[in-house]
Unconditional design. Structure first.
Length: 197
């Protein structure tokens, strides 16, 4: 059994709230923002860059019309899985089915560019085969969420819009307390592109 760790980057959502404000043709994943490293990149590129050195494999889930997002995934050494559904459950199931042989999977949202790499590493390092690891900031669960290899069949069984939150009910959850507000900071509207953590 492989001891590698796989990041599943979910980048197949429609970004409806963002488009309502920014315009129907705007993709939030391609919007420019200043990262916590002081470098300006687009949102999805920050997410991919932050995973460097943390995981062994990246699988990026995206939509057929998001060719620029797919291209960035490939440029950062990721495997790209294209699917029609924006559903989080469908995306996670497709990714774990494509990459089943790992010690665990880190579920990373494509619109969360401000998670500190040290936080990603702490969640990754805390993974156990039969546990879910989640960062907790000021009492709130954040992202990314790590699943040990014991959750493989549960993850491949997900479907539709709902993600893996229901798996928490019967699981042992390892709460990784962090001081990183980036674990709660997603880009739902254009004003969120400026990080105030």
């Amino acid at each position: 059994m492989s001891e590698t760790l796989c990041a599943i980057v979910l980048a197949a959502g429609q970004g409806s709230r963002y488009r309502e404000v920014a315009g129907a043709h705007r993709n939030k994943l391609l919007a420019q923002c200043m990262g916590r490293d002081g470098v300006e990149r687009c949102v999805i590129e920050h997410v991919l860059s932050n995973l460097s050195g943390v995981v062994d494999k990246i699988v990026l889930l995206t939509r057929p019309q998001y060719s620029c997002v797919a291209e960035l995934g490939l440029r950062h050494g990721g495997e790209v899985v294209v699917l029609e559904s924006p559903g989080m459950g469908d995306s996670i199931a497709a990714a774990v089915s494509a990459e089943p042989d790992h010690r665990g999977w880190l579920i990373v949202l494509g619109d969360m560019p401000f998670i500190h790499p040290d936080t990603l590493k702490r969640v990754a390092d805390s993974l156990q085969p039969d546990m879910i690891s989640v960062p907790v900031y000021q009492g709130q669960f954040g992202h990314p969420v790590g699943f040990g290899r014991g959750f493989a069949s549960s993850l491949t069984g997900l479907a539709g819009e709902k993600g893996a939150k229901r798996l928490f009910k019967a699981a042992k959850v390892n709460e990784v307390v962090v001081t990183d507000p980036g674990v709660l900071w997603d880009i739902d509207v254009p004003s969120a592109l400026v990080f105030k953590g």
